[in-house]
Design a protein around this ligand. Structure first.
Ligand code: NAD
Ligand code: UFG
Length: 337
């Protein structure tokens, strides 16, 4: 089986490219490198012992897609390409809609033209927005995503729910990923944010190594056990495996299916700080700061549908995520640069 990974040079994409190669699949990566480096794919090749095919290009470029599908006989597409910063999406909503929504539409059109109908979409827990009940299951209502990033994911999900009625050959998985964390255990690939990280774990790692002075904990007065906000952090290798299982599940399913990829366990900001201190042996200085605009108190998954239908569950815990993130940080203090 030959799989196209859009955004395959990025954080989740590179770990998934590796998992696919290790499972014996052929991998083609399409990435415009707007938030990544081709070095990630060189490292993937080093670990796997063989390289993915790399096409540098934009998912919105019909000509690039046309020649890619003509040249490589692709059986399925995993779609990771997109912009993912909540704050940036508030400042540049049109850029987010153009890249995430228009990019998905152009890709789906090119797939239909090439008669490729197996599609796995990297959606996000963001689509759940603020929910009264935790954990969130796929049956929860969506439609109140609190920012343009989340709404761009919802628009693509809507498009994907409509497609099978137009052509029954479509087989579509929508994967709502919770908070990816950690790195490959080799320390060769990991998360390489541009500039100052906005996500918690890379920020904590840079404090632990001394690149940043302290962590600002956004909010100490949430209605949670220790007052700090709670998320469902999932090891990026577990996420990668979830994508492979979804791909397998599409062999026997038509239509559009939604699965949460989370652990089902909530972890507060201070739980994460303590876990990181234990894994690194370093102190992570922090101060309680005001809440961050748009954050919610608590969000964690009900992962039972994926367990039941995909035979998948997250196997790694917080000690694995923090240990692997720390190894990656130490081995690559400047990321891939
Ligand atoms: P990332 O930025 O590391 O990877 C995205 C990749 O897509 C990058 O390599 C980037 O260069 C590429 N890209 C962006 N726009 C492109 C375009 N128009 N054409 C071609 N390539 C393009 O991000 P990630 O964390 O690996 O996220 C991958 C996907 O998973 C995204 O769609 C994101 O929304 C989703 N997701 C991420 C998180 C998270 O917290 N990291 C959580 C849930 C879902
Ligand atoms: N946090 C801090 N200090 C920081 C950074 C984060 O206290 O410097 C807190 C946040 O307030 C939040 C938690 O740590 O409560 C996690 O924040 P992240 O920014 O790491 O993650 P989010 O839950 O805000 O969002 C992330 C991605 C989204 C994705 C979502 C899926 O940024 O793209 O997870 O659940 F959609």
């Amino acid at each position: 089986m030959r799989v196209l990974l859009t955004g395959g040079a990025g954080y989740i994409g590179s770990h998934t490219a590796l998992a696919l190669l290790q499972a014996g699949r052929e991998v083609v990566v399409l990435d415009n490198l707007c938030n990544s480096s081709a070095e990630s794919l060189a490292r993937v090749a080093r670990i796997a012992g063989r390289a993915p095919v790399f096409v540098e290009g934009d998912v919105r470029d019909r000509d690039v897609l046309g020649s890619l599908f003509a040249e490589h006989l692709v059986d399925a597409v995993l779609h990771f390409a997109g912009l993912k910063s909540v704050g940036e999406s508030l400042a540049q909503p049109l850029r987010y809609h153009d890249n995430n929504v228009q990019g998905s539409q152009v890709l789906l059109e090119a797939m239909a033209q090439a008669s490729v109908f197996n599609f796995v979409f990297s959606s996000s827990a963001t689509v759940y927005g603020e929910q009264a009940q935790m954990p969130v299951s796929e049956a929860c209502s969506v439609g109140h995503a609190p920012n343009p990033y989340g709404r761009s994911k919802l628009m693509v999900e809507d498009m994907l729910r409509e497609l099978p009625a137009s052509d029954p050959r479509w087989r579509i998985a929508i994967l709502r990923s919770f908070n990816p964390a950690g790195a490959h255990e080799s320390g060769l690939i990991g998360e390489d944010p541009n500039g100052i990280p906005s996500n918690l774990l890379p920020y904590v790692a840079q404090v632990a190594i001394g690149k940043l002075p302290e962590l600002a904990v956004f909010g100490g007065d949430y209605p949670t056990t220790d007052g700090t906000s709670v998320r469902d952090y999932i090891h990026v290798l577990d996420l990668a495996e979830g994508h492979l299982r979804a791909l397998d599940a599409l062999q026997t399913r038509t239509g559009t299916h939604v699965w949460n990829l989370g652990t089902g366990r909530g972890c507060s900001v201070l739980d994460m700080v303590r876990a990181f201190e234990a894994a690194s042996g370093r102190t992570v200085p922090y101060r309680i700061a005001p809440r961050r605009f748009g954050d919610m108190a608590t969000c964690y998954a009900d992962p039972t549908k994926a367990e039941r239908e995909l035979g998948w569950r997250a196997r790694r815990g917080l000690p694995d995520m923090t240990r692997d993130a720390w190894r990656w940080q130490q081995m690559n203090p400047n990321g891939y640069r």
